[in-house]
Ligand binder design. Structure first.
Ligand SMILES: CC(C)(COP(=O)(O)OP(=O)(O)OC[C@H]1O[C@@H](n2cnc3c(N)ncnc32)[C@H](O)[C@@H]1OP(=O)(O)O)[C@@H](O)C(=O)NCCC(=O)NCCS
Length: 381
């Protein structure tokens, strides 16, 4: 018997259209990104993170009153359940913050009375809790893990700025406030990337929103996705000086290794988010010597990779320098990506639940078929 003959599998599901969406659109040929039809360049210039979250969830921009009400709803949700705070104290030393985050978000489901309710209204309330709580899980965990006092959210500030002050314990200056707001705006959604797809597949089984977001965080951790920003900083630290860039990059390419923070499945030209972060990484480094060196090394890497491989930086490349300038430790970089992308993940779970069909593709079986079963005593050693 032969397996059913079907077209060959599309490796990596490249260019496969897996669903319809109104949430985000990546125009890879022209290097453009849209949230619900609005171009990222306009949003980066004019919109706050909360405006983007409202837009992704409601398919329209909020009025001033709606935005104020939305902020008033979500900032108090930054407070975490007490048992979760106690759990932070028991996390073993040396755990990667993304492993903690994945477990913590799964844990949050234990304390939400609406976990099992997948109605649009309950999902919307849970999404508000998640958008507020993911950043505070990261900030509160960091402080407890490092023996520091917890910082309360400030109701007069937005999520991104609250995250930074609750993490670092300092009131950020204007440049830092702008940079963290931009980071959150730029990372909020990005089409059917691997973590969003993981969230939608999970939601399509009618599993709850916490299950879907836990799956998404698992997918984001990998170095080919959100984990790349940490690897970028490790590369910058490993290079040392702009004059060493050429040899370093040529060495990586000769060994056929990937250059972290470069290339993209969808963008064939420059990722528009990289353009904004490049500019900010220069601004936000200011007079800091180490940071300015990272920026100078980054510019040289960019030139060298463009010249030798013809590929461009993606969102993770300059995000590393921006996060360094903001005082985020390198192993937390991917959690900052998650702190913002929770906006897109929750939007996608709501969209999936609102018009669901189980996502269940097939694989092409390439093994032997059929095989005769051999009793244990007759199997060859
Ligand atoms: C993001 C990524 C996984 C997309 O990969 P993809 O669409 O599957 O592309 P492929 O792996 O098929 O690569 C296509 C070609 O580009 C090269 N390429 C792509 N990204 C590269 C990178 N970062 N460094 C070196 N070469 C790269 C591949 O080697 C391959 O070249 P070849 O045809 O000469 O062998 C890939 O660009 C990558 O690994 N980037 C580094 C990790 C990263 O920054 N991830 C964050 C993404 S936002």
């Amino acid at each position: 018997m032969e397996p059913e003959v079907r077209p060959v599998a599309v490796r990596g599901l490249e260019d496969v259209i897996a669903a319809d969406t109104r949430i985000g659109y990546v125009d890879g040929a022209n290097g453009k990104l849209y949230y619900a039809g609005y171009e990222i360049n306009d949003l980066a210039k004019h919109a706050s993170y909360e405006e983007c979250v409202f837009l992704l969830w409601n398919d329209r921009l909020p009025t001033k009153k709606e935005l104020m009400d939305f902020r008033a709803e979500i900032i108090p949700e930054m407070t975490l359940p007490r048992p979760l705070i106690q759990w932070f104290r028991r996390v073993p030393r040396g755990v990667h913050p993304m492993v903690m985050l994945r477990s913590a978000i799964s844990d949050l489901a234990l304390y939400d009375k609406e976990t099992e309710d997948n109605s649009l209204e309950a999902n919307r309330r849970k999404a508000a809790r998640l958008v507020a709580k993911v950043p505070s899980v990261i900030a509160n965990f960091y402080r407890i893990y490092n023996g520091l006092d917890l910082i309360e959210p400030d109701p007069k500030k937005g999520i991104a700025v609250n995250f930074l002050r609750m993490f670092t314990g300092k009131e950020p200056d204007k440049k830092s406030r702008e940079a963290i707001e931009l980071m959150f705006v730029l990372h909020a959604d990005h089409g059917f990337n691997a973590s969003t797809f993981a969230a939608r597949v999970t939601a399509s089984t009618l599993a709850d929103i916490y299950a879907a977001v836990t799956a998404a965080i698992g997918a984001l951790k990998g170095p080919l996705h959100g984990g790349a920003n940490q690897r970028v900083m490790e590369m910058l630290e490993g290079i040392g000086s702009p004059d060493d860039v050429e040899d370093y990059i040529n060495g990586l390419l000769a060994r056929r290794e990937r250059i972290m923070g470069f290339g993209h499945r969808v963008y064939k030209v420059e990722d528009p988010r990289a353009r904004h972060l490049r500019k900010y990484s220069e601004d936000v480094c200011g007079g800091d010597v180490a940071c300015s060196r990272y920026y100078a090394i980054s510019r040289r890497i960019e030139q060298q990779v463009k010249k030798t491989k013809g590929i461009y930086p993606n969102v993770d490349f300059y995000s590393a320098t921006v996060q360094h300038a903001l005082g985020i430790p390198v192993d937390y970089y991917t959690t900052v990506f998650a702190a913002s992308r929770i906006a897109g993940w929750t939007a996608h779970v709501m969209e999936q639940h609102a018009d669901n069909r189980l996502m269940r593709p097939r694989s092409q079986f390439v093994g032997k078929l059929p095989r005769r079963f051999v009793q244990m005593e007759k199997r060859k050693k």
